[in-house]
Structures are given as structure tokens and as C-alpha cells.
Design a protein around this ligand. Sequence first.
Ligand code: BGC
Length: 716
Amino acid sequence: MKKIGNQFLSEWTVSENVYHPANERTGGTQFCIGNGLTGLRGSYEELGTKEVQGLFANNVFRKSVVQFFAPVDTFCRKKYIFNEELMPTREEIYILQDLPDPLYCRIRLNGEPFRMWDGKLLEYNRTLDLKTGMLSRDVRWDNGNGNITSLRFRRFCSMTERHLIAQEITITPENWSGKIEIESGIDASLNTEYAESIVTESTTGFILKSEVQGGAKVFQAMENRLTDYSGEWKSETKLQRYKKVAAIEAKQGKKIVLEKFSTVYSSMDENLQAEAGTLVKRSANEGFDACFEKSSKAWESLWEQADIRIEGDPESQGKIRFALFHLIIASPQTDSRSSIGAKALSGQGYSGHVFWDTDIALSPFYQWVFPKWAGAHVRYRHRMLDYARKYAESENRKGARFPWQSSIKGFEHAPVAITCSRTQIHVTIDVAYCVLRYADISGDSQWMETEGQEIVTECARYMAERVEYNEAKDRYEILGVGGPDEYHPVTDNNAYTNYLTAYVLRRAAALCDDKNEAAEWLEIAEKIYCPIDEKSGLIPQCDGFYDLKDSWEESGGTWGGPGAEYHECKGMKQPDVIQMLTMLPEQFQQKHFQANWDYYERFILHGSSLSPSIHALVAAKLGLMEKAMEYFNLSAEFDFVNYNNDTVAGIHIGNFGGLWQAMVYGFAGMVMRDGELCFDPHLPANWTSLEFNIRFRGESLQIRIADGKATVCKKR
Ligand code: BGC
């Protein structure tokens, strides 16, 4: 087993055997479980000392107000023009709400509260089983007076009944007999952003209703089952902790098993209260093990489709499975009412908002592995199209402009002070690109002819207005924008933006019913400035990039973090030209990848988690295996080692989408050319084979890379 950060990683498990209060917050993210409908952080049942608790439900956002920042960088403001006043509903934003905590359980052993940081912790092990989504914790605890108790906690978010969370707590007094008191319920005390109340109550449980600011209603039903217990369950509410309390006469060596079931229904669901109550009772009657068995079967078929098998390197195997686990639990599956935020449902970082990450970093995994789930994301973008139209209108432009950061409401949620949010117009092209790739891969032509076509043409319409014609040079240009690299937020002719605009306009022209408009788009695509050094294949990131100083020190130290004034050195937050090459691999040859890698790699600072995986992809594609593994590990370990010091805010899910791309587009070298799949694999010496599954236009394919060759088989 390999130790990374505080965790041990095997092929199918992540575990730790040391408890330290200082690790509680990052551990909450690292041991997060979920099913795309709910995300449940790895908080302890008895709540630790520093934990950020967290149950998140897909689509439950609260209304909040925009924070206004002091106006910044006049230089940037001169470069782009839009009317902030016309931007719709700028006074409000929506933030992912953390819900009342269903894990809540306090245990008193002979009158003393069980707390890992009190007494003596004799043994501790926490393990996440990636295969089944079960999180378990085994503890042996001495209360300080020699009374030893062993406790086992298990929990899972069901993959079959996706509203269900099940817990099991087993308590065994090893060398004592006496009284054990269990308080089990839902803790609503940690938050003031909802008003909650119990709506119905039974002997062993209740239903709690919470109204979130902005209107969302959440029903959480909870039921307790305690084996061999015929005593009373007392109801108690203290400081917004709603609980049932049982007092048990415990005997030395005899196990006490509590099964606790909770369900989460949000306002998206009809019949909320009744369904919450029915499901929780049914599950409680079936029991923890039976519910778990059903959920595990669902996991089995998900893994059957999603797994990537690496022969010869168990360490990398575990790492890629941890990434796949998170990709599986991040997706709302076929529900198009919401999409995947930058931290999925594992934390409140970026307020649960959707970025270009979903279209570009995450979508390839879903498009190739779970096309129906990918379909839900593009349908979600279609739901947001009217907001995007209004955004374009606020700039007096036609078409649709998609925001940098949005939520269940599709207007720009980022404050204007975050310059790159206003200048990264590439998000609009990214959405169109994602739609086109979805259609290419899934073959969903029916949707493409209606909503898909509408998105792509509206994005093209906006871009056709956003370009500027330079008469002297007889070319189209895009001025005052930033590409993905946020350290250069306001530049002219960003290559990522220009090349992808050309791509989208060309393809949009083929979908456009208006001949004149289509001809205009083709002309722009033809004449948009896409510079490249013909001999070497090097592409400048933007006008004047080569003239910038190489390093921060050389630039006189004026280079700051994102949002600061124009940056005067080449230090990049994340790949820009290289990112673009990976998105249009059919247009470029190996020499282009090589030249741009050779030039840009040294300037990359990996300020974004989206960065290392794309470098792994390109290094593998170029056969630079040492570099490929260096970046593979950086990406795979990002949240294990808390690389950016923000793992507490949630998992960097876009990073894992990129890691999947590194495996398939990089190591396996898969490219789609003229509708055909081609492979140019490069594996590290110790990987004897690499296997994965994809779905391509309705067909299930199994890909095996070994001995420098790719074998493609149809799957049953
Ligand atoms: C990155 C962006 C990304 C955002 C959300 C930023 O740090 O630079 O590219 O969209 O995080 O993940």
C-alpha cells in the first residue's frame, strides 16, 4: 500500500490509521461519498473539533447577495465594454447550501461522551471502499479510566435509491458493563440559512422540513433501528439538534447495533414529504445490509463501464480509481436540471458553481463513458440559454454569451472585480464545442437538430459580433480577452479563443439555416487571426507574449495573482495553447504538440488544478514518459497532498476529468479523425497493459493497449 499525504492507497481502497484534529477538514473532502444526487462529506458522526460538516443535495442552492469589490484595474476596464447595469439580476447569486446534518450521533459510554480527542485512542482506521462507496471507521477507545470500547461506523449513499443515506454504528464494550446512551438525529444548528421544523414524528424517527433562503424546500426523513432494544426512544430538541435518545443496558462483550436511515428530498421532487417518509421506512424495514447489497450491485455495473485497468502498477491503479470514483459520484446522471460544480457536491468551494470545467475538463469522460449523463449536461446548458441571450444583449450583441461562473440560475455570478470572469469569453465557445463533441461521440442527432443546433448557432452569432475586423491586415481579431490562463486575463488575439472560434464558426455554419449568416461565419473562420510558425509549429499565446519577461523576478515583480493588473511575465496559471491543441488534436500534428510543449512547459506554475492532467496528457502523447508520470502523479495526488491548500473546500473534480483524458487521449493516444478512432499509445515501462471501455455512437467498445498496440473489441 502506498502512503500519499496522510492516506494509504490500495487498488480499491483509501484509508488512514492516524486521527489528528488538524486533518479533519481535508479528511472531510478526501472521505466524501455520494451518488450525484447527494454528496456527504467524511465528517465524523460525533463531529470533530474543526470539521466542516456537509450534506449537499443536487440543486439545493440558497439565494444570497453579490459581494461588491472595490473597482479594480482600469487597464482591463478600458479593454472590454459591457454594461454591468444591464446584466440581469446582478444583486443576487445562488450558493450551494449545506443541509442539516443527518450523520448526527452522540454516544455516551457510562455517562461519558465518546470523543476521539479525549481519553485514549487505542486504534483508529478509516477506509473508503471505492468499489462499493462504503465509508467505514473502526475505533478502539479507552475513556481514560481503563474502560475500553470498540466502535465501528459504516455509511453509504445508495446508488439504487439515490435519496437514501444509510448508517450503521456498532458498539462493543470490551471490558465493562453499564449504560450506553445514544442520541441520534439531524443537526440543524450549524447553519442559519434555513428555517427548519419537524413535520411528522414516529417513535423512532421524524421528518424535518427546511426552507432555504430563496425558496428551496428540503425534506429529510430519519429512522433509527436498534437491535434487541425494547426500551423507549425519547424525543429531544436542543439548540436545533433534533434527536431521538435511547438508553441501553450494555453488557461486556455484547454488540449494540444502531442502523440509521435518512432520506433527502428537495423541491425538485414531487410528493416530497410522503416519498421521504415512505422510502426511509421501507429501507429501515429492509435493513442496512440488504440496502447495501442493492447499492453495491448498482456500483458493480457502474464500474463495469467506467473502470480503467492498469496492469503492472497497483499504485497508479488505485489513483485512477479514486479519480473515477469521484467522477461517478459527481454526476447528477440523467437529471438536466443542474450540472456539476467545480467541487461537485463535496464542498462549498466556488459556491457549487458551474464553470467551463464541466464542458471541457469533465465532459469527455461522460461523453465517452456515460453518454446519457453527458446528454444531461448539454441539456442543462440549453435550459440556461435564455440567460446567455440576456448576457449577450447586455453588451448590445446578438446570440448568446455563457457566463464564466453560474448556478441553477444561468447569469454571471462572479463579481465584476474578477476581471477574468468578464474577459474569458471562451466559455461561450467551450459550451458550443462541448455540444458538438457530445453529438459527434454519442450520435444523438435528434437532439442536435433541435436544442443542440440552437446552442451552437447562438454561440456562433455572439462570437461573429465579438470579433473585430482589422482592415489594414485584412483579418478578424478578438481583442481584450483572456484564455484559460488566468494570469494573463486581458490580451489581444488569445490563440485558444481565436482557434476555437474558427472551429465553432465553421461547424455552426453547417448547422445554420440562414445562408448569408452561414457565409459570414465561414468568412470569419477563414480570416480570423490564428498565428503559427509554419516551420516550428509554435503558436503565440497572445499578441506580444514572446516579448514578456520570462520570470516574475525579471519582470520587476509587478506580476501578482489572478485579478491583478496585466501580468508582465510569462508565468502561466494553466495551459492555454497546449489546452487548445488537446481539444483539436485532429487539426495538429505531433510536431505542433512538441514545439508548443518545448516552449510553454517551463512557464507553467500550476496555479489551477486543471493544469497538471493536461500536461500528463501531452507528455504521454509525445512519449515523454518520465514527465507524463510526474504530471500524472501531481494530478492524481492533488487532493491527497492538499497541493493548493484548498482541499477543505472540496475535491478538484475538473482535475479528475483531465486525468481521465490523460489516460485515454494521452497514454492510449486516442483521437477521433473523420469519425474514426485512431490510437497512438505510449505506456510507461511498468504498465504492461491499459484497458478501458467507451461508448461510441451507440456501440460499446473495449480498448486494450499492450505491446505498443491498441486492440478494439465490441462489448456484449
Ligand atoms: C481556474 C479556472 C477554473 C476555476 C474553477 C480557476 O482557478 O483557473 O480555469 O474554471 O478555477 O475550477
